[in-house]
Design a protein around this ligand. Structure first.
Ligand code: FCB
Length: 464
């Protein structure tokens, strides 16, 4: 595998999934605290109160990151740690935590990439309508300004919103994620307000700190239609592609929403888009973050599918008979590494204005833990990562402007509605003891990075 010489390798996490220390040091309640405390929402009623106790163990975790040899670490800021009730009242201890984290990363030579919003909204803001209410745009912008003032002297690269599609459609459409609302109008409003929030925050951030680079992390997919001669399915694909792949990308790059999907949203969208909004939305990305896990298969919706939009056709990575194609991961997500190559080449072709792509998440859930010799033999994750990295390398060789890859995740963590039973880490976490064990996939990733660096050094030497 050959990567460009200045290619960066990283690992990704998010605040609610790893930090723990839920209610100490003044952290406010987030929508995920509330959601997790609601029976029937999260598997086994688990929550992020303790998680990986990263809030207390961050120095050791940064040691681990160092040991993996990565260049960069993507984490998120817990909004309710900084502003416990949204609004403007700061919690200094929250700011201090991220100061320590960032300083420690830099001391170890690891570049920080901060995500502003990875799903843990202060509950007080949701009580006022959350992403479905227009006031969230200025609330989010104020939060972005405060974070920039505090940290942009040391953090250059920022993701404003992680996976706005999930925020919108899982949070307000199907309700399988916090805040758990099932209201298509609210979801369509959220689709617009997240797009606006990115644009408004980006402008404000650059005014204070012109050197910052901002991007969105979009969960993008390559759609496979079961029968391409079926017009209904192909129309459905156009709508779903507009809803998931194109919505925030066309919005930020060109200041417009995909025509067919916007038409399908109809009055629900028209009611929330005010004059001048599309100028706010239009805010070209400095880099596009792509979170890729698998291709999605479009078949006609089944009667038992929960309708959110388009007659129930969610881009679930499942065939219309409800089974996941083989092979698949512990999430039931099919393993489709070439889909990542196809997606990157599509971005190069369809959005030539995107000049920098980072894979901000890629990884797989498999359950393996330490064996009798203490090592974690997670060969399927080794293979998953290797095949997807091969696709990245191939796309780079074929001209896709890709500069970085972040594995999801540094360590096993709270996997949202699935609780702790799905493990995505390249480091194993024993939740009883909080012991971390680098899995074989972690060592394989470390070796791949080391080989890349060695080959770059050889090149430099041969040119000298
Ligand atoms: C993504 C999320 C991330 C993680 C992975 C498995 O949708 O951004 O937090 O849960 O899925």
């Amino acid at each position: 595998m050959k990567f460009p010489n200045d290619f960066k390798f990283g690992v990704s996490t998010s605040s609610y999934q790893i930090e723990g220390n839920g209610f100490e040091d003044g952290r406010g309640i987030s929508i995920w605290d509330t959601f997790a405390a609601t029976p029937g929402k999260v598997a086994d009623m688990e929550n992020g109160d303790v998680a990986c106790d990263h809030y207390n163990r961050y120095p050791q975790d940064i040691e681990l990151i160092k040991e993996l040899g990565v260049d960069t670490y993507r984490f998120s800021l817990a909004w309710p740690r900084l502003f416990p009730n949204g609004g403007s009242k700061r919690e200094q201890r929250g700011f201090d935590f991220y100061d320590r984290l960032i300083d420690e990363l830099l001391a170890k030579g690891i570049e920080p990439l901060a995500t502003l919003y990875h799903w843990d909204m202060p509950q007080t803001l949701e009580d006022r309508g959350g992403w479905a209410d227009r006031s969230i745009v200025s609330q989010f912008t104020d939060f972005a300004i405060a974070a920039t003032e505090a940290f942009a002297d040391r953090v250059t690269n920022w993701v404003t919103i992680n996976e706005p599609w999930c925020v919108t459609w899982l949070g307000y459409g199907s309700g399988v994620h916090a805040p758990g609302r099932q209201d298509v109008d609210a979801a369509i409003a959220a689709a617009h307000h997240t797009a606006m929030a990115h644009g408004a925050a980006t402008r404000a951030m650059k005014q204070i700190a012109p050197h910052v680079r901002t991007g969105l992390a979009l969960n993008m997919t390559t759609y496979r239609v079961e029968d391409e001669s079926d017009r209904d399915l192909m129309d459905l694909k156009t709508l779903m592609d507009g809803e998931l792949n194109r919505w925030w990308l066309d919005a930020s790059m060109y200041g417009r929403y995909p025509t067919e999907t916007a038409a399908a949203y109809g009055a629900s969208l028209e009611n929330v888009v005010h004059d001048g909004d599309m100028d706010v939305v239009h805010s070209p990305l400095d880099f596009l973050g792509v979170n890729y896990y698998s291709d999605s298969f479009i078949g006609l919706p089944r009667p038992e599918d929960k309708p959110a939009m388009f007659g129930g056709a969610f881009p679930f990575p499942q065939r219309s008979n409800g089974t996941a194609p083989e092979p698949h991961t512990d999430m039931g997500w099919p393993i489709t590494p070439r889909g990542l190559y196809d997606l990157l080449m599509r971005i190069k072709k369809d959005w030539p204005e995107v000049t920098d792509i980072a894979i901000t998440e890629n990884g797989a859930a498999f359950p393996e833990g330490p064996g009798s010799d203490g090592t974690v033999d997670d060969q399927r994750r080794v293979d998953y990562l290797a095949s997807h990295l091969q696709s990245v390398a191939d796309a780079a060789a074929d001209g896709a402007p890709i500069s970085a890859y972040f594995a999801w995740s540094l360590m096993d963590n709270f996997e949202w509605a699935e609780g702790y039973r799905k493990r995505f880490g390249i480091v194993h976490v024993d939740y009883e003891t909080q012991k971390r064990t680098i899995k074989n996939s972690g060592y394989a990733y470390r070796d791949l990075i080391a080989e890349h660096k060695a080959s770059c050094n050889t090149l430099v030497e041969s040119l000298a």
